[in-house]
Structure formats: structure tokens, C-alpha cells
Design a protein around this ligand. Structure first.
Ligand SMILES: Nc1ncnc2c1ncn2[C@@H]1O[C@H](COP(=O)(O)OP(=O)(O)OP(=O)(O)O)[C@@H](O)[C@H]1O
Ligand SMILES: [Mg+2]
Length: 361
């Protein structure tokens, strides 16, 4: 996709309809005891982990952040943790939301979890990229975004063509105001979760003789008329739906008992807002597109309460490297918009790729 960043979201819609999520609750009674007994006798999946990895896998209650270098076994923690959650009966496969960035990473994650849990992987409809999960959610609630469930998803070239038409319809010179440039601007706004009414005045004025906002609005209106959306909408529409329809969000709060995120340091603002809405309890304030404001003014006590109200278990896996998530740069626990609330004490680095496994002493 020329002119677009390499980490342009990818999504991969399954052709089969999503598996029906198991209703309600984790297994209890005989089923739970049988699963627990099975796990007590043969937790094979834990065997190859070093002590820090094992700690992260077995710490299933409360938010957990795994921060470690490249190739040191973070994804392995995530996949093994899913296996552990399933094997110990803490959740059904359909009650786990596991997200990553690219199709390749999602396929790899699926493969690795599949090796650990076998057929149960087929019951994990909520394992995938931000965008594959976003599109699944949007199809279920399309009418709340003014779309029909069979909406089409435009690729970059379609978007550029559509914008060019709109620029020409405004009587503007599309050589002076290139459609591709405006497509990138829209993509940038959507990555920040900003709709036409929310973009900064300076941005709005910088394109098409000050008609940036109007053009953005016209673009969104045209998408709706075409029953279509772009990549950015796959997260922006659900974010708006979650905010406007608390009952819809509540449904996902009830559904997801565990949320796991790989490569968390790469989340953009929209992905972060989407995750936070899904992860936090309804009592907490929704995140603003600016990511600060009110939130920053909260007292320490309020922050503490917010952290305690979040989902019982969140796992965020982030690389320790130069380009980090802004919240991670602040140290941890970080600014009040940081979704994770605790850090595992990782005193020793994991073995590097190719090293012999570090065995628990
Ligand atoms: N404790 C361990 N013992 C032996 N091998 C391990 C251990 N942990 C991870 N590995 C292996 O190290 C390799 C890298 O692991 P993994 O992909 O989980 O790392 P990562 O931190 O997620 O990497 P990246 O930073 O590229 O995302 C894999 O082949 C994995 O099987
Ligand atoms: Mg990884």
C-alpha cells in the first residue's frame, strides 16, 4: 500500500460464521473438578518455561504486564497462559479475547495455542488481529453505526478513489490537494480515534482551503451511503458504539473473562481506547480521544480504585526496546490512562532465542 505505514492494519475475515460463544459461566461442579484433576496430574504445557515465564502464566488473577526483550518468550507466555486458563477451567475458549497486530502473528498465535490445546482452538472466535475482531464486532452491531451487517470494507485504493471523487465534487483541484494525502490524514485521525467533529482545528484547516473537516464528514457520509467502511472504522465504529450503547459494551464485559494482548507496545490510541473500553469495568470513566484531560486530574485514590475495578485478568505483552508505548515510558504503574495495573517482577531476562531452556531450580 504505497504511501501508508507498514503497520497498516490487516484483517482476515473467516468465511465461516463465528462460532456461537458458550453461554455464561466457567465450568463448575464435576466438570471443573475433572478439569482441575487433569491439570494437576499433567500440566505438560508448563514444562519448558523458565520460572519468570511460569509465574506470568500462572498469575491468572489481576492485571499482568510482561515486559522483556525481543525473542525472549513473551508470545510463548501468552499462548501457554491461554492453555493454562482453558486447562484449569477458568474460562471457555469463547470467553478469551486474545489480540495481536498482523495476520501472520495471529496465525502463529493460533497455531501455537492449537498445539497446546488441540481442538479447543476452534472454539476461540475472539483470537485474532485488532481488525479481524473489530470487523466481527461491527458486523454484529452494524445498524448502530448506520450500516448493514453485510457492509464492504474498502482497501486503500478504493479509499483514494472515493476521496478523489469527493475532492472533485467540491470543485477543488485534485492535483493541488491529492486524494492520497487526505486518505493518509484520515487514517491518522482514525488511528487516534477522532471523528470529523473531533479533529483539531489546525488539521481541519490545513487541507483543501480549510475544508478538511467538511471533506472528512462527506467521506464518512459517503461510506455510510455505500454501506462500506475503511480499516480505521473497524475500530472507530465499535469504540463509538461502546460509548453510545453501554448495554452492548456490557455484553462484551460479560463475555470476556480474559483479555490478552501481544505486542502491546505497538498499540495506537484507537486500539488502546478499544481495549480499555473492553477491559475496564463499567463504573470507570470512558477514555477521551485526547487520552488525558479529566483523567489526569483524578486523585491517586481514584486511580487506585480504577485499577481495582478493571477486568480480573488482563495480560499485556510488550517488548523492552527504544520505541515504547507512551505509558510504558512513564514507568509502571504508569499514567492513569495506562490499562495495566501491575507488573510482574522479572528480575532475570528470559533465555534468548536458540538458547537452551532455563530450567526451574
Ligand atoms: N523457556 C524457554 N525455553 C526454550 N525456548 C523458549 C523459551 N521461551 C521461549 N522459547 C523459544 O524462543 C523463541 C522465541 O519465543 P517467542 O516468540 O515467544 O518470543 P517473543 O518474546 O514473543 O519474541 P518477539 O519479541 O519476536 O515477539 C521461540 O522459538 C520459543 O519457542
Ligand atoms: Mg512475540
Amino acid at each position: 500500500m504505497p504511501g501508508f505505514p507498514d503497520d497498516m492494519p490487516f484483517f482476515d475475515e473467516p468465511s465461516a460464521p463465528p462460532a456461537r460463544p458458550a453461554s455464561g459461566h466457567a465450568p463448575s461442579g464435576i466438570a471443573a473438578r475433572a478439569m482441575a484433576a487433569r491439570q494437576a496430574s499433567a500440566p505438560d504445557y508448563l514444562a519448558g518455561l523458565n520460572p519468570e515465564q511460569r509465574l506470568a502464566v500462572e498469575t491468572t488473577e489481576g492485571p499482568v504486564l510482561v515486559l522483556a526483550g525481543a525473542g525472549t518468550g513473551k508470545t510463548r507466555v501468552l499462548t501457554t497462559r491461554i492453555a493454562h486458563i482453558l486447562a484449569t477451567g477458568r474460562a471457555f475458549p469463547s470467553q478469551i479475547l486474545a489480540v495481536t497486530f498482523t495476520n501472520k502473528a495471529a496465525r502463529e498465535m493460533k497455531q501455537r495455542v492449537g498445539m497446546l490445546v488441540g481442538e479447543a482452538i476452534e472454539g476461540m472466535p475472539w483470537l485474532g488481529t485488532f481488525h479481524s475482531i473489530g470487523v466481527k464486532m461491527l458486523r454484529r452491531h452494524a445498524e448502530l453505526a448506520g450500516l448493514k451487517s453485510g457492509f464492504t470494507i474498502l482497501d486503500t485504493d478504493d479509499v483514494v478513489r472515493l476521496i478523489k471523487q469527493l475532492i472533485q465534487a467540491e470543485g477543488l483541484d485534485d492535483k493541488r490537494w491529492p486524494a492520497r494525502q487526505f486518505a493518509m490524514m484520515i487514517d491518522g485521525w482514525k488511528n487516534k480515534g477522532l471523528g470529523p467533529s473531533e479533529i483539531p482545528e489546525g488539521d481541519a484547516r490545513s487541507f483543501a482551503n480549510g475544508k478538511g473537516r467538511q471533506l472528512y464528514q462527506a467521506y464518512q457520509d459517503r461510506l455510510r451511503t455505500l454501506n462500506a467502511c475503511d480499516f480505521g472504522d473497524l475500530l472507530c465504529h465499535p469504540i463509538r458504539i461502546f460509548r453510545a450503547y453501554p448495554d452492548v459494551l456490557k455484553e462484551y464485559h460479560r463475555r470476556f473473562k480474559y483479555i490478552l494482548v501481544d505486542e502491546y507496545q505497538d498499540t495506537n490510541t484507537a486500539q488502546y481506547m478499544w481495549l480499555r473500553l473492553l477491559a475496564q469495568r463499567p463504573e470507570a470513566a470512558p477514555p477521551s480521544p485526547q487520552g488525558g484531560g479529566k483523567g489526569r486530574a483524578r486523585s491517586n485514590r481514584r486511580k487506585h480504585l480504577l485499577r481495582r475495578r478493571r477486568r480480573p485478568v488482563d495480560l499485556w505483552l510488550a517488548r523492552r526496546r527504544g520505541r515504547q508505548h507512551p505509558a510504558l515510558r512513564q514507568g509502571f504503574p504508569g499514567r492513569d490512562h495506562h490499562p495495566a495495573g501491575a507488573q510482574l517482577p522479572l528480575h532475570r531476562p528470559y533465555p534468548r532465542r536458540g538458547f537452551p531452556p532455563h530450567r526451574p531450580q
